[in-house]
Ligand binder design. Structure first.
Ligand SMILES: [Zn+2]
Length: 125
């Protein structure tokens, strides 16, 4: 056990994930359409309209991540939020025209970074 080293690493990784979560928050806030929402975007997991909603997953995410996570948020929570965000960003990327493998748009760049990070975490676990 090396508490000092572990603590420092965790803080750094946590800070990094918190930074990574800025982009999907911005995108989801801009893209999810609450015009027809009977709850005005206030996600309710027990509401059948919410669970079957086209924006349900993104809306649920946004309700959990509308404000930046506290610096003391657990890494597990942050990684969960990050992988859900990756799923959303991936699923919506094809909306416009297909992106080439080396695409340099914000979405692809973010996905590349976030997925690369999640992959390194998985190998370590
Ligand atoms: Zn792209």
């Amino acid at each position: 056990m090396m508490p000092t080293l572990t603590g420092r690493n965790t803080r750094t990784i946590t800070g990094y994930v918190i930074t990574l979560l800025d982009y999907p928050r911005y995108v989801i806030e801009r893209e999810v359409d609450f015009t027809d929402c009977h709850l005005k975007g206030d996600f309710d997991e027990h509401d059948s309209q919410c669970t079957s909603c086209l924006f349900g997953e993104a809306c649920c995410w946004l309700n959990l991540n509308r404000t930046p996570p506290r610096p003391d948020a657990s890494l597990t929570e942050l990684l969960q939020a990050l992988s859900t965000a990756v799923k959303y960003i991936r699923s919506t990327r094809q909306d416009e025209s297909p992106h080439p493998g080396h695409c340099e748009c914000d979405r692809c760049q973010w996905l590349h970074e976030a997925m690369g990070f999640l992959r390194t975490r998985r190998h370590r676990a």
